[in-house]
Structure formats: structure tokens, C-alpha cells
Design a protein around this ligand. Structure first.
Ligand code: AMP
Length: 640
């Protein structure tokens, strides 16, 4: 039986039921969607819960499946379509050309001492060389760790320390909305801060900004590439459970977690999602507006579309430059069939002249997928009507690598429901559990969105270098059960559609990007004027949430005068910019003389958040000093 004939296809509920009742049979069949150099001996090894091993003993390679596998049938077809509206650059790499570039990059990495299992940190803007670097790592069995270019030196240093890379691949600069953003000074500062310094830094010089080279460490990509133009670097066949990459994500502590993925499970999960969820076909074009620094970029700019034999657009630019029609212009030009974006991008477009959406021929486009943050009904309705195309919301996390909740139109044409990402995907045994009892909640009752292990292929294997943290963070918060917590609240209606209600922890979601409030607090606290602070996520019409900071100064008189207060607010924002990056900058910094705390000293973040959103702060019987709330109300401009 071929992978297309999996029993139960035709009904999502049947498909899903089988994926849970017969995991080995189900995934064993889907494994035929990718190439294996050696077959697996076992589909699933779940002998050490909650650790899960998929396709044990099978040998494969992500780069082979993304590139080499397609050479016979589509060597000259577009694979990587690079468009930068920042530098006015447009380059199309066929599968054959991509193969060449990846082998050159792989040869350079080898020359710089990168071996199987070594880490390579990729700190790059959206340029083709970033994709070459990811695929080159996959090819030679090195573990890549892409750090989003919007992060600055402290964030970068903590990731360098955790990954201890032998090589960092970077570039002189990125560019955002026409403004050059130098990367090299941030990288140099990060390496200075780090304890585990890389031996080599491979620099792609885009010619955007001059930079200093550190002798004996910094190497020039263009020069090395010349030396390896004809390089032939065969793929390393990896056991399915070897590590393909780590990707850092924010949590409730200041230390980011390295989400670690395997090789075979990830490849199968992505291939299956391209078939059943995204319905993308080989030879077509996929366009995700995400960034390679995020999980969507890993799964649906680089690996997913390429594994499916699709051309993939890598776009450096904003949705508004040179004008608000740019995304649709690209859809027309490259005959995009599947598009993936985030609600924030659509909300940005909603403020523009709607005629931009009808100027281009969008007949190739079948579906627009949106993910990363809650998709509000007005935005979903607006874009759906304006495009005249189906809009599909999908809910997932860095940890899962592919959608948990959505609809799978490759299985069944289940209708979508506004405000709901959809239903559990095959492989995910999703439950809504009571936070205190661990029992399943009833229809239309709020519970924690949890997944009963084993987690399906493609999900994280563990936290890099810290199995204990993996178990403790994700599998130990629901009483009485070994269940994976997403840390999101959800409800399910009578028809089985889920609705996501927000986070259960202190993580905020700004424009589809998850940020730990603790990281921002730590950064603010490093400023010498700050005694203590609290950061909360506050609802924002455009970005979903923004970070709002409340700061207690060592010397409150420093914020007494208006101009001094504004200057200090600017300084604190600059501190966050410098350490973490502009992505984490609070939208406002308010000065107060005390924070609302419980008598045991715990900051009442939920109450702060409620006040900022003009909601009822809830049960305040444990508050130490109610005066703190009055100050907060005044600070955010509400009556006490
Ligand atoms: P990240 O790992 O950065 O992709 O963030 C994952 C988190 O973003 C989830 O745990 C949710 O809180 C939120 N999220 C992602 N997709 C959706 C969605 N479609 N609807 C609501 N929230 C979402």
C-alpha cells in the first residue's frame, strides 16, 4: 500500500483515530513519503517515557530529501526563490544550483573543521547563504542552530554558550524597512561575552556596511567558496534519531531552551503535513513570509516545501515596501499556490488601501495559512473576503515543529470556523485538562491544552543538553498525569473545534513571536537605576500583544520631572534593544514606587496585565499593599 492510501483517509476523524490507535502502522506507512538509505527496524520506541524515538535504525538525511532526491525529476526547476525588496535582489536557484551551492558551503564547513554532531550557529539575515548553511549542516550531519537576526548580543551570547558551536555563520548586516541593521558588532560583542567561543566565524559580506575582521577567526565566505566551486560532498546518512537542529525558544526563566529535533521523524512529519495539511504539490511554489530564525522558517521556508519538491520563496522585506501590494505581486509572479503568513502581517495590510489585494492575478493561490498567534475573527473575515480564498488558521509551537490544531484538507474538506484554528491533527492526542485536578474538562469548559505522549514525529526530542529540564518543563505541570503541556488555555465546542484563549505562563506573543517576560525583566534590571521591575504582555490591536514594563527605581526622584522620566524610559528601552534586540523592546516603561505583590513576595503579573487591559484584576485577597494597584492604574492612565 502506498503512503497515499493510508487507511482512514477521507475522514479526518477516522484518520486521526487511527493515528492514535495504531501509531506504528500509521506512521510506518507515512514514512514512505521520504527516502531512506536504510530501512528502520522499529517505527516507535517509547520504552523511556516521555522520550520518544521514531523510525529507529532507519538511515536518512534531510538535505538529501530536500535537494538531491529531486535532481532526477526537477534539476532545472526553481527550488529557492530569493527576493529582497531591501537590496532589490531577486535570484532563482534551481534544484541543481541549490545542490551545488549547498555542496560548496558543506565543503567550506568541512575545511573549517565542522564534523558530524558539531554545532554550527547561524546568525543571518534572510539571504540565500542562510539556507545553504542550514542545508549544508544537514548534509554533513552537523547540528544547526539558527538565531533570529533581530536578537542582540546578550540573547546571542546565551545561545552561543548553550550550543558551544565550532563555527558561527553570519553576515555584515541585515536590512529592515530600508534601514541597514549591522550584525557583526552584535556578533563580536556576543562572542566576547560568551564562555564557549567558536573557533571560526564565516562571514558573508553583502557589502551593506564595513566591518572589522578578527584575525585567525573570521573567514570570508566568497573567498572560500571560490576554492570549492566544484566540491562534491556526499550526504552523511544519519540514524533517524540523530540531531538535526536546535532552535532556542523563550520560556518562563531567563535561560532560553534549545528545542532539539531529530532527522527522520521531522522529515516524515513535514512531508506528511505538506500533503495532508498544506496540500502543496511538487513543481509548485510555496511562499512563507516568516523568517529562518523562527520555527515556521525552518519547517515551511526551508525543509517542508523543498522536501515536497516545491519551489520556496525566501523574502527579505516587509509587507509594505515598496508598496502594500508586494506580497501579492510575488504570488502573481511566481504562481504561488500555498501561502503562509501571520495574523500580524495581515493586520498591517488591513490598514492599507484594500485595492492592493485585487491588483494582481492571484488565480494560482489556493489557500492562505496563518499561524503564530490568535487569528481574530475580523482579520480572518477581512482577508478571506478580500482575497476570495480559503483562510486556514493553524496552531502549533516551536516545540512541535508542525501544526497541532488545524484542518487537513488533504484528508477531508472539513469546514473552518472563524476564531478556531481547528481540530487535533493526526498523531496528536490532544486533551483539555483541568489545571488543578488533571481531569479532562467538558465541552465549552476551559482547560490546559495538553498532548498525551508519545508525541508524534517532528516534535522536539528533548531540551538540548538537559533531559531533566525537558521532563520538568513540559511533562510535570499537570497533576497526576504524564502529559505534555502547551501552556495555552483552550476550549472545545460541541463539534470538536478548539479555541485558544491565551498562555498559562509568563510568556507573551508579540507579532507571532514568543518572548519570555523574564528575559526582558532581567535586561531592564541590569540598568543601574532599576531596583525591580515587572513585564507583562498587553493586548494590542496590531501586534496581538506588546510588552509593557513597570519599573521601580532605586531613586524614585530620577523620574520626577517629565523630561528626566522620558530620557530614562528611552535609556531602558535602549538597554533592551542592545541586549536582547528590538523585538523584545517594551512598548512603554512606566515608573512606579512599588509593584503589586502577594504577601509571600510574588509579583501579581496577571493583575497587572488585567489592569493594563482595563479588566477586573480578579481575586486580590493575597495582595500586600493595594496602593500598588492604584499606582498602576494611574501609570497606565486609568482612574484609580
Ligand atoms: P512559538 O513557539 O514562538 O511559535 O509560539 C507558540 C505559541 O504561539 C503557542 O503556544 C500559542 O500561545 C501561540 N500560537 C501559535 N499559533 C497560534 C494560533 N493559531 N492561535 C492562537 N495562538 C497561537
Amino acid at each position: 500500500m502506498g503512503a497515499g492510501d493510508v487507511i482512514g483517509a477521507g475522514s479526518l476523524s477516522g484518520f486521526h483515530a487511527r493515528s492514535i490507535a495504531d501509531r506504528e502502522g500509521f506512521w510506518g506507512e507515512l514514512a514512505a513519503l521520504i527516502d531512506w538509505q536504510a530501512p528502520f527496524e522499529r517505527v516507535l520506541d517509547y520504552s523511556r517515557p516521555p522520550f520518544t524515538r521514531w523510525f529507529v535504525g532507519g538511515r536518512t538525511n534531510l538535505c538529501h530529501n530536500a535537494v538531491d532526491r529531486h535532481l532526477a525529476a526537477r534539476r532545472d526547476q526553481p527550488a529557492l526563490i530569493y527576493v529582497s525588496t531591501e537590496t532589490d535582489d531577486e535570484r532563482v536557484y534551481s534544484f541543481g544550483e541549490l545542490h551545488r551551492e549547498v555542496m560548496r558551503m558543506a565543503a567550506i564547513m568541512r575545511e573549517l573543521g565542522v564534523r558530524r554532531g558539531d554545532r554550527v550557529l547561524i546568525y543571518m539575515p534572510m539571504i540565500p547563504e542562510a539556507t545553504f548553511a542550514m542545508l549544508a549542516c544537514a548534509r554533513i550531519g552537523a547540528i544547526h542552530s539558527v538565531v533570529f537576526g533581530g536578537f542582540a548580543s546578550h540573547s546571542l551570547a546565551s545561545r552561543i554558550d548553550d550550543a558551544s558551536p565550532v563555527l558561527v555563520v553570519s553576515a555584515d548586516a541585515g536590512s529592515r524597512a530600508g534601514k541597514v541593521v549591522p550584525y557583526k558588532p552584535l556578533l563580536d560583542a556576543a562572542i566576547d561575552l560568551a564562555r564557549n567561543r567558536p573557533a571560526n566565524v564565516l562571514m558573508v559580506d553583502r557589502g551593506l556596511v564595513p566591518f572589522e575582521r578578527v584575525a585567525a577567526r573570521d573567514r570570508d565566505y566568497a573567498q572560500l567558496r571560490e576554492r570549492h566551486l566544484d566540491a562534491e560532498v556526499p550526504v552523511e546518512w544519519l540514524e533517524s534519531n540523530e540531531i538535526s537542529y536546535t532552535l532556542y525558544t523563550s520560556g518562563t526563566t531567563g535561560v532560553p531552551k534549545g528545542v532539539q529535533r531529530d532527522v527522520g521523524g521531522y522529515a516524515v512529519a513535514l512531508a506528511a503535513s505538506m500533503k495532508y495539511i498544506f496540500c502543496g504539490n511538487a513543481g509548485e511554489t510555496y511562499f512563507s513570509t516568516s523568517d529562518i530564525g523562527w520555527v515556521v522558517g525552518h519547517s515551511y521556508i526551508v525543509y517542508g516545501p523543498l522536501i515536497a519538491g516545491m519551489g520556496t520563496i525566501m523574502y527579505e522585506g516587509t509587507p509594505l515596501r515598496p508598496d502594500a501590494g508586494i506580497l501579492w505581486k510575488l504570488v502573481e509572479k511566481y504562481r504561488v499556490t500555498v501561502m503562509f503568513s501571520a495574523p500580524t502581517a495581515i493586520r498591517v495590510l488591513k490598514k492599507q488601501d484594500p485595492s492592493w489585494l485585487t491588483r494582481y492575478d492571484l488565480s494560482s493561490l489556493r489557500t492562505l495559512f496563518l499561524a503564530g498567534e490568535p487569528l481574530d475573527e475580523p482579520t480572518a473575515r477581512w482577508i478571506g473576503e478580500a482575497l476570495g480564498k480559503p483562510i486556514v488558521d493553524n496552531y502549533w509551537q516551536t516545540e512541535t515543529g508542525w501544526p497541532i490544531l488545524t484542518v487537513a484538507h488533504g484528508v477531508e474538506k472539513t469546514p473552518t470556523r472563524l476564531g478556531s484554528p481547528g481540530m487535533p491533527m493526526y498523531g496528536y492526542d490532544v486533551r483539555l485538562l483541568h489545571e488543578q485536578t488533571g481531569e479532562e474538562v467538558g465541552t465549552n469548559e476551559k482547560g490546559v491544552v495538553a498532548i498525551m505522549p508519545p508525541l508524534p514525529p517532528g516534535c522536539m526530542q528533548t531540551v538540548w543538553g538537559d533531559d531533566e529540564r525537558f521532563v520538568k518543563t513540559y511533562f510535570s505541570t499537570i497533576p497526576g498525569r504524564l502529559a505534555y503541556s502547551t501552556f495555552d488555555w483552550g476550549i472545545r465546542d460541541e463539534d470538536g473545534y478548539y479555541f485558544i484563549l491565551g498562555r498559562t505562563d509568563d510568556v507573551i506573543n508579540v507579532a507571532g513571536h514568543r518572548l519570555g517576560t523574564r528575559e526582558i525583566e532581567e535586561s531592564l534590571s541590569s540598568h543601574p537605576a532599576v531596583a525591580e521591575c515587572a513585564v507583562v504582555g498587553v493586548a494590542d490591536a496590531l501586534k496581538g500583544q506588546v510588552a509593557m514594563a513597570f519599573v521601580v527605581l532605586k531613586d524614585p526622584s530620577r523620574a520626577a520631572a517629565d523630561d528626566a522620566r522620558m530620557a530614562l524610559e528611552g535609556e531602558l528601552m535602549a538597554t533592551v534593544d542592545k541586549q536582547l534586540g528590538a523585538v523584545a523592546r517594551p512598548s512603554r516603561v512606566h515608573f512606579v514606587t512599588l509593584l503589586p505583590k502577594t504577601r509571600s513576595g510574588k509579583v501579581l503579573r496577571r493583575s497587572i496585565q488585567a489592569i493594563c487591559e482595563a479588566r477586573d484584576p480578579g481575586d486580590l485577597t493575597t495582595i500586600e499593599d493595594p496602593g500598588a494597584l492604584e499606582q498602576l492604574r494611574r501609570a497606565v492612565g486609568l482612574q484609580a
